[in-house]
Design a protein around this ligand. Structure first.
Ligand SMILES: Cc1cc2nc3c(=O)[nH]c(=O)nc-3n(C[C@H](O)[C@H](O)[C@H](O)COP(=O)(O)OP(=O)(O)OC[C@H]3O[C@@H](n4cnc5c(N)ncnc54)[C@H](O)[C@@H]3O)c2cc1C
Length: 462
C-alpha cells in the first residue's frame, strides 16, 4: 500500500473542488485533518459566531467523509506541531493544503515547508492572490483597476470534482471528539436565532447556490434593499470554504444579466480583500493612512460616555431604527445586510467617533462570515483610513439612507416595537414612542459636526 497523504483543512471544508483533497486522493490513502489552533491567529482566533458555524461545518464534513468510508481527524494545538506529529505517527509521505493568506497561515505554511513535504494548491479565490498584477508586475492597491484586470484574466480555473474514492490508511491517527472543543455556546445558549436562520455545510451551500441561480438576475436592483433581502447570503459558506467561488462562477456563467455582472464584481471584491492583506498583513490592526493615528477617537476604555454609546450600538439601542435593526439582525442571526453594515459601521465611526477597530472586533466576534481580509478591508473603507476607501468626511445620514433604501419592512422585522408604525415614522419614530424605543443617543447634526471637528483637528486645521 502506498504511504498516506495528509490533507490539512482550514477554510476549505468541502469535498468538491478541493484541490488539496483531490490531488492527495490520487496519490494514496487520505488522512484529512483539521487542527483548531487558537494561538497562531493571535487577536484573530475565531470569535463566538464563527465557532458556532465551525462546529456544524466540521460535523457536516465528518459525516460526508464517513459516508465515503473515510474520517476527519481533529486535533487541537499548534497546527504545525500537530501535523508533524500525525505525519510521524502515520508515516505520511506529504501534506497537501490549499493556500491561505492570513499572515499567521502564511507563517505556518513557511514553517511547515521546512519540516515536511508540503504541497500547496490554489483553491479559495477566483484567481490566486498575487497573480493579478499591474503592467509593471506589482500588485494593485485600488479596487477598480484590480477588478478590470481580473475581468480580463477570467475565466477562473475549472472546478474539480469530488475525489472518486477515498482510500483509508492502514491505521487511523487518534482524533479529538468535536463536542470536547466546546465550540457551541451553552451558558447562555445565544445561538437559537442562528440555528433558525442557517443550514450549515457543503450540501446547504449548494442548495443556497441553486436558490441564488433563480434570483441573481435581479441582484442589480435588489442588492441595496434590506427589506427585499435578495442577496446570495453565500458569505459564510464562502468564508469556511464549503463552496468555492470558482464553483459559483461556473454555475452562473451562462447568465447574461446585469445582475450577474454586478454579482461577479462582488466576488472580485472578495479576491481584492485577500490581495490587500497579502500586501498589508496588518490591515485589520493598523490604519493604512497613518495620519489617522492622530485622530482623537472617543475611547471606550477611558471614557464612560463612549462605553455607554458603544453598548447601545452593540445592542441595537441607538435610537436610529436602521442602525438598530442591523445590529439586532447581527446578534440574532450572525449576519447583516451589506447596505446596513455600511450604515452601522459609519454610525459607529463617525456619529459616535469610535475607532473602526472597535467595530471590527465586534463584527469579528458576532459575524458568521467574519473574515480577516474582508472585514478589515470594509471597515477601513468605511472609515476612510484604508488604501482604497470612502473619504472620512462623507458621513452617511442614517435616516435618509433608511428611506432611500426602503428599509421599513426590515426595521419592522428586527425592531418589533416599531412594527406598528407607518412610513415615514418607522424610519424616525415620533416622541410618543419614548419609553418603548430609545431616544437618539446623538443627534445627526451633532454627531456629524463632532466627527468633522475631530478630522479637522487631525489635519491641524483647528
Ligand atoms: C463594515 C463591513 C464589514 C464587513 N465584514 C465582512 C466580513 O467579515 N466577511 C465578509 O465576507 N464580508 C464582509 N463584508 C462585506 C459584505 O457586507 C458581505 O460580504 C455581504 O454582506 C455578504 O452577504 P452576501 O453573501 O449576501 O453577499 P452578496 O451581495 O450576495 O455578494 C456575494 C459574495 O461576494 C462577496 N462580497 C460581497 N461584498 C463584498 C465586500 N464589500 N467585500 C468583500 N467581499 C464581498 C462575499 O463573499 C459575498 O458572499 C463587510 C462589509 C462591511 C461594510
Amino acid at each position: 500500500m502506498s504511504s498516506p497523504q495528509i490533507v490539512w483543512l482550514r477554510r476549505d471544508l468541502r469535498l468538491g473542488d478541493n484541490p488539496a483533497l483531490y490531488h492527495a486522493a490520487r496519490q494514496g490513502p487520505v488522512i484529512a485533518v483539521y487542527v483548531l489552533d487558537d494561538v497562531r491567529p493571535g487577536s484573530h482566533a475565531y470569535g463566538g459566531a464563527s465557532r458556532w458555524w465551525l462546529h456544524h461545518s466540521l460535523a457536516s464534513l465528518a459525516r460526508s467523509l464517513e459516508a465515503r468510508g473515510s474520517r476527519l481527524i481533529l486535533r487541537r494545538g499548534d497546527a504545525v506541531e500537530e501535523l508533524c506529529k500525525i505525519a510521524g505517527e502515520s508515516g505520511a509521505e506529504a501534506v497537501h493544503a490549499n493556500r491561505h493568506y492570513e499572515p499567521w497561515w502564511r507563517k505556518a505554511q513557511g514553517e511547515m515547508k521546512e519540516r515536511l513535504d508540503l504541497r500547496l494548491y490554489d483553491a479559495n479565490y477566483l484567481l490566486p492572490p498575487g497573480t493579478v498584477t499591474t503592467g509593471s508586475g506589482g500588485p494593485y492597491k485600488i479596487y477598480t483597476p484590480f477588478s478590470k484586470a481580473t475581468l480580463e484574466l477570467l475565466p477562473p480555473r475549472d472546478a474539480l470534482p469530488e475525489p472518486e474514492a477515498l482510500t483509508s490508511p492502514e491505521s487511523w491517527p487518534a482524533s479529538d471528539d468535536l463536542a470536547d472543543w466546546q465550540l457551541l455556546p451553552t451558558k447562555p445558549d445565544w445561538a437559537g436565532g442562528m440555528r433558525e436562520f442557517w443550514r450549515v455545510g457543503e450540501a446547504a451551500a449548494h442548495e443556497r447556490l441553486e436558490w441564488w441561480e433563480d434570483h441573481v438576475d435581479d441582484y442589480q436592483e435588489d442588492r441595496n434593499l434590506p427589506s427585499v433581502d435578495k442577496t446570495s447570503q453565500l458569505s459564510p459558506y464562502l468564508h469556511f470554504g464549503e463552496i468555492s467561488p470558482v464553483q459559483i462562477w461556473h454555475a452562473l456563467k451562462h447568465k447574461r444579466s446585469n445582475g450577474w455582472r454586478t454579482f461577479e464584481k462582488e466576488l472580485i471584491w472578495r479576491d481584492y480583500a485577500q490581495n490587500a492583506i497579502c500586501q498589508f498583513p496588518r490591515y485589520a490592526l493598523d490604519n493604512y493612512r497613518d495620519e489617522f493615528d492622530k485622530i482623537e477617537w472617543r475611547d471606550p476604555a477611558t471614557d464612560e460616555t463612549a462605553v455607554r454609546d458603544l453598548k447601545a450600538w452593540q445592542q441595537g439601542r441607538t435610537g436610529y431604527p436602521i442602525v438598530d435593526a442591523g445590529m439586532r439582525q447581527l446578534w440574532q442571526t450572525g449576519w447583516m445586510h451589506n447596505r446596513v453594515r455600511m450604515i452601522a459601521a459609519s454610525f459607529l465611526i463617525k456619529h459616535l467617533l469610535i475607532d473602526w477597530r472597535v467595530g471590527e472586533r465586534w463584527f469579528w466576534d458576532t459575524l458568521v462570515d467574519a473574515d480577516y481580509a474582508s472585514n478589515a478591508t470594509n471597515w477601513q473603507w468605511v472609515a476612510g483610513t484604508g488604501v482604497d476607501s470612502n473619504m472620512f468626511v462623507r458621513i452617511m445620514a442614517p435616516l435618509s439612507q433608511s428611506e432611500k433604501f426602503d428599509a421599513a419592512g426590515y426595521i419592522r422585522t428586527y425592531v418589533p416595537e416599531l412594527a406598528g408604525l407607518d412610513e415615514p415614522f418607522v424610519h424616525d419614530p415620533p416622541d410618543h414612542m419614548r419609553g418603548q424605543y430609545p431616544e437618539k443617543i446623538v443627534g445627526h447634526r451633532e454627531g456629524r459636526e463632532r466627527a468633522l471637528a475631530a478630522y479637522k483637528a487631525m489635519k491641524g486645521e483647528r
